[in-house]
Structures are given as C-alpha cells and as structure tokens.
Design a protein around this ligand. Sequence first.
Ligand code: IMP
Ligand code: MG
Length: 206
Amino acid sequence: MELQESGLSGIRKSSVLGRELFSSSAISKRVAELGREITGDYKDRDPIIITVLRGGTVFLTDLIKHIDLELSIDFIGISTYKSSPQDKTTGVVKITKDLEEPVENKDIIIVEDIIDTGLTVAYLLRNLKSRYPASIEICTLLDRNVKRIADIRIKYTGFTIGDDFVVGYGLDYKQKFRNLDSIYRLNLEIVKKEIEYTADTQASNL
Ligand code: IMP
Ligand code: MG
C-alpha cells in the first residue's frame, strides 16, 4: 500500500510555509532506522528516554515504537530567559518541569527535535550529569550545526540541515505547525521581521 500523507490541507495552505524539506514518508523511514540503531546499541539495557518539551514529543512517540527494549520515558521542560530581545548570550536557563523519576545509574537518551546552538542541550547535559546516571547520549531529529556554540557530541542524528528555520513534526513557529507530519521551511519573505524577533526570543520555541 502506498504511504499516504495526512490531510491537513487547510493548515498546509498557510503562506508562512515554504517548501517541504522532509516528507512524512522520509521522516518515518529515518525514524525507524534510528530506532533499530538504538535497539542494537542498548542490547540488554533498559534506557530512559528523556524528551525536551514540547518540540521533541512527536519524534519521541514515533521513535519509541521502533526501539525493541524495555525502555521508559520521561519529560523535562526548559526555558531560556534573556535580559532583552537583543540579548545574544545564553541568558538564564531554567527547568520549568522536572523529571518524574530519579535517573541515578540509568542509561539516559535525550531526545530533541532540533539542536541549533547546542546551549539548551549543553545545559541539560550538565544538569542530568549531576544526578549520576550510568550514561547519557543525545538523539536529535535535526542537527543545524552552522550556528553551534556549545561543544557537544550527538550520537544519533536524523537529518542535518542548513540555516533554514523549520516547522512541522513537533517543531513550531510561534507555537503553530507542530501538527504537520512533514517538515517545512518557514517562508522567509513573509515572516522576515517576525523571524528576527523569534531568533532573539527563542524561549517561545522551546
Ligand atoms: P539551541 O539551544 O540553540 O540548540 O536551541 C534548540 C531549541 O530551539 C530547539 O529545541 C527548538 O525548540 C528551538 N529551535 C531551534 N531552531 C528551530 C527551528 O528551526 N524551528 C523550530 N524550533 C527551533
Ligand atoms: Mg526544543
């Protein structure tokens, strides 16, 4: 049977959406590959998959269906506060929702939608390491390494992308478009002014 993209024809007509970068079927195929790779690497272990709210949740729910292990899942909420929209520094990172379970002696896999500067995940790594887990690895659907600031090692990457701001499959622009099953570029012509604002106040996209 041919793979069908979901309808959602109304939201797909938004002028804010640029061209499709990754189709639903390309994403499904890659997510299944990642799941199989993790299954092989964590043989005889029961990792805990920690997902960063909210963007990583769509990826997580698909990914775990391809990991053949007795895993568990947990969620963490993080927000970044900046002194002003012009503030290009790290700002103050804060946990808005902590994990439900202790992670001492556990094998953690952090699941992220996209890693950009890497500052968010670097903060998370520091925070989780202080709880004495057995190991921590990172799995991100998208890696935009052109603006990387933090020195981090990503074990599992779905796709590497360029400078485009992207939406869909959990990723938002002003909290919208998370429900699209494909990944699109944002139409820069239409949102140019807004995107500069968004880049400066990334907390709203976490
Ligand atoms: P970092 O701390 O710069 O690595 O920022 C990572 C976070 O910023 C991601 O978890 C996303 O929530 C958000 N983000 C970065 N780029 C995009 C994008 O292109 N679309 C939607 N959200 C993004
Ligand atoms: Mg995020």
